[in-house]
Structures are given as C-alpha cells and as structure tokens.
Design a protein around this ligand. Structure first.
Ligand code: ATP
Length: 490
C-alpha cells in the first residue's frame, strides 16, 4: 500500500504557510513536512509510512470536528510518495512486482482514489514528456530488458487491455477497429478455472519488443472513454485493466516444466461526488456505475480483511469478479491510493486512506505458477530412454556381448525361447543361456504357460476318473463323494 499525492505547485511557499499555520502540530512528530495546500486549512504530513492529516475548519460531515481546533487523522501505510519523480514511483511501487511476474508470480498494481487525484497519471503518465511516463510503459520497458538479460530462458509476452464501462466488458485491443469494437458487447465473459479468473473472448496479442508493446498500449488508450468535468478535464469514465501475460521456459533445465504469470496494471475510475463534479446526463449515469462498483470493491475488501467472514461477494459487480484472484488469491498486490492535499477534498481523501488502510489487512497467497507440458515430457522421456539404450550398447560392446538388443522380442525369438524351455523341461538342454531382461521375462512366461497347461491336464484326467467312479457307484451303491480336495469337474 502506498499513497501517491499530487505535487503542489509551489512547495516552498506552501511549506512556509504550513509552518506558520500549524504551530500546534508537535514538531517531534513532523520529521518531514511534505505538503500543505491553499486556504491554509489542511496539512498532510508524512512520517515513516504514516500519513498524518491536520484540518482546522469545522465540518458537520467530518467526525471529531471541533470548532476552530485542528482535527487530526493518522494512517499507517507501507510507503508515501510525495513530490517524487515518476521513476521513483515505479521503483517503489512496481519494480518488485514486475520481477516477481518474470519469476512466475502473478502481480497486480492498482490505483484507487477520487476523480482527478492522479490515478491515470500514476499508471499511464503524461504524454508531455518521456520522463513523465507512468507505471505501464516503465513495466513494459523492464519486462523486455529482462527478456534480453535472462538468456537462459525463452520468455514469451502477450498483452491484453480490458475496460469495464457501465458494467460492460470491452476489449480495448479488439481486432475490430473503431467504434465497432464497442458494439461487440456481450462477447466477453468472465470465466473461472480453479482459483484463476479468465476473460473469455478477450484478445491476447503476442509482443516481441517494447516498441510493439507501446504501440498497442497507445492504441488501447485511444479507445478508452474519457469525459470532462469540474475536477478533471480528462476523466476516465471506466475501470481499465492492462495485463502483461508472461510465459517462461528454461533453456538449460527441462523444457517440459514452465512458469506463467499475469501482471495486472489497473487504473480504476475515480470516485466522485456529482455535486462537486457537476456530472449530468450520460456522465451522471457513468458516475453512478463507477461509485456503485467502487462501493462493492470496498465491501469485498472489508469481507476479505475479516477472517470470520466465509463469503466474499466477488460476483456482485464485474470489477470485483475480474479482480477476484488479484484481491484475495495467488497474487502480489500493491494498492496505490491517490489523494488530494486540498482541504476542499478532505472527506474523499480520508475515505481513500481508510480504504487503503483496510486493504493492508487483506492477505494474498502468492505462489509460482508452475506447469507441466505432457507432450514435451513424453518427448523428454523418449530421449532419455534412447540415451540409456545407447549407453547399454556401448557397455555390451566393451564386455564382448555385441549381439544383445533391447528392443521387444520378435516372433522368431519368442519361438526359439519356447523351444528352449521345452527342451530344458524334457532334459534335453542343461541350461538356458540368459542374456537380457526381456529374455528372462519370456522364459518365465513360457514356464507359467507350461504349468497352467499341466494343471489343466491333471484336472481333466481327474474329472474323467471321477465320472467313471460315479457310474460305477450308481451300479454298486457304495459311495465316494470327494476325489481330490479343491478339484471341481463343473
Ligand atoms: N503527481 C502529478 N504531477 C503532475 N500532474 C499530475 C499529477 N497527478 C495528476 N496530475 C495531473 O492532474 C490531472 C488529473 O489527473 P488524472 O487524470 O491522472 O486523475 P485521475 O485520478 O485518473 O482522474 P479520473 O478518476 O477522473 O480519471 C491530469 O492533468 C494529470 O496530468
């Protein structure tokens, strides 16, 4: 869990204001004063992963609000990203997850927060400069750098880009171009196999270079639905999940075992108060869907964090169903809560921080996704058998037994063995010359056959005798009921 806060325009000036305004904040607690915002009403201070928020204006909506007194809230998180470069954000939030994905662990990085708080900026970045590129292009760059570095592995990379717009799944990289990919609705279905969630019908694109991957990413970004409102001129009206699918096979160890992983980079739509954003008509409808799905997401997180709950309502909305394995399953998951530092947004900021704090209580269970390819395994075993046969044949040549073969015995060889066994049993042959395991098995099989034939012969003879005695008996009335114990003529 990390918090990413938008930078104030003039930090030095704001720091000064903050220092003047917040005399009451105990200085020992403020290791670093990181931000303060206009109208001198709120300060956000970071201290070793703890976000402290101070707010002086009384508000009926805020709990613990006292007239003219600063209210304070404190949240312990795993990291705080304030006034840092996009590179630093990537390093702190995503690098470990990308490295894990290359080793076979599923990963999810997810941006959550109020509309306009900087989720898309964190995830995709700004096109204004290369330095401002976000987590997704940097993750792609790292994946392809690792593919180059890890020469002992054959790594294949695929990409998919899913949008959830008003509870409809849309393929942002659908081969159907233009508006027609939206009319292709209903074709995408959420499927579950074991603990894994798949989107049936979502196009999967093989990518061999960073350049191709970035082109596809931009194509998908162009297809996203964007709207404009009071808090954000380019507001995402949907949840977007960009997924990098990785498959890695060792070139040196067995190729029959391989690892796979999914790296989900999620830009959630922002929660919004329509009173603040002024959304109307279609935008109002979109805001309703967005807020509803985010509230279901919060319910799922609450249920996951509560160990006494045995039912988690993943299926209530498409968003939580799609993210099922990222939230409570086999996955390294990092949530970035994007917050404003402005007093006017304090309620939404507190709500995002509460969500982040709850998310800290959710335990996931990451494990390497190892698979076995049966066709390749058979091929490998065949190769090994051939190698062992070759070794045996060298060994036999060295010990002067060149004629031994280890192939299944032919009809002629089997007939020869049968005749040898017969001769051995008749006493015409002193011993049978054994040279291979297959021959030992054939000799035993022949012995077994002979024993079975003899048993059958004895039985038949006894039955014949029994029948004779019975006839005789009925003539003489003397009785002989049982001839041989366990022998039945029926
Ligand atoms: N840390 C930052 N540094 C510079 N600019 C930022 C930062 N965060 C956000 N911005 C800018 O603020 C504006 C809004 O950000 P963004 O679109 O990322 O918000 P959002 O949380 O994705 O909003 P929505 O939920 O409405 O889509 C954008 O113009 C973006 O470039």
């Amino acid at each position: 869990m990390a918090v990413h806060q938008r930078s104030p325009s003039n930090l030095t000036e704001l720091e000064r204001i903050c220092k003047e305004e917040w005399q009451r904040i105990p200085k020992s607690r403020c290791r670093k004063l990181v931000a303060s915002f206009p109208r001198r009403l709120m300060a956000v201070l970071a201290q070793k992963g703890r976000v402290n928020i101070y707010h002086r204006k009384e508000s009926r909506k805020l709990k613990d609000s006292k007239n003219g007194q600063p209210n304070s809230w404190s949240f312990q998180l795993d990291g705080i990203l304030q006034d840092v470069s996009q590179e630093e954000v990537y390093t702190q939030v995503c690098r470990r997850v990308v490295q894990g994905a290359l080793d076979g662990y599923n990963g999810t990085v997810m941006c959550f927060g109020q509309t306009g708080a900087g989720k898309t900026y964190t995830m995709s970045g700004s096109t204004k400069s290369y330095k401002q590129r976000g987590i997704i292009p940097r993750a792609l760059q790292e994946v392809f750098q690792e593919v180059e570095k890890r020469t002992e592995y054959s790594i294949s990379v695929h990409m998919s880009y899913l949008e959830i717009y008003n509870e409809t799944l849309v393929d942002l990289l659908s081969p159907l171009h233009g508006a027609s990919h939206r009319s292709h609705r209903g074709k995408l279905v959420i499927d579950e196999v074991g603990r894994e969630v798949f989107i049936r019908g979502l196009s999967l694109h093989p990518v061999h270079s960073e350049e191709v991957a970035l082109n596809l990413l931009f194509e998908g970004e162009m297809n996203r639905i964007i709207g404009s409102h009071a808090l954000n001129r380019n507001s995402s009206r949907s949840h977007c999940i960009f997924t990098i699918h990785i498959e890695s096979r060792s070139r040196t160890l067995s190729a029959a075992t391989y690892v796979t992983s999914k790296l989900n980079l999620v830009d959630l739509a922002g929660s919004e108060r329509v009173g603040k954003t002024g959304s109307e008509g279609q935008m109002f409808k979109e805001a309703t869907y967005i807020n509803k799905s985010l509230s279901f997401l919060e319910q799922v997180i609450l249920a996951l964090a509560d160990r006494r709950r045995d039912h988690v309502p993943f299926r209530q909305t498409k968003l939580t169903h799609v993210l099922k394995d990222s939230l409570g399953g086999n996955c390294n998951t990092v949530l970035v809560a994007n917050i404003y530092g402005e007093a006017a947004q304090i309620e939404e900021t507190l709500s995002a921080l509460r969500f982040a704090h709850r998310m800290k209580g959710v335990k996931t269970d990451p494990a390497v996704n190892k698979h076995l390819d049966p066709a390749l395994q058979i091929k490998e075993l065949q190769k090994e058998v051939q190698m062992l046969k070759d070794e045996l044949s060298i060994h036999n040549t060295l010990v002067n037994r060149p004629n031994i073969t280890y192939e299944p015995l032919s009809e002629a060889q089997l007939a020869e063995i049968n005749s040898q066994v017969q001769m051995y049993l008749d006493g015409r042959l002193k011993e049978i010359n054994i040279i291979s395991i297959r021959q030992v098995q054939a000799v035993f099989a022949q012995f077994k056959l002979v024993v079975q034939e003899q048993r059958q012969m004895v039985k038949t003879q006894l039955c014949q005798m029994y029948n004779l005695v019975e006839k005789d008996q009925s003539a003489n009335t003397s009785s002989l009921k049982v001839l041989t114990k366990g022998t039945s003529c029926k």
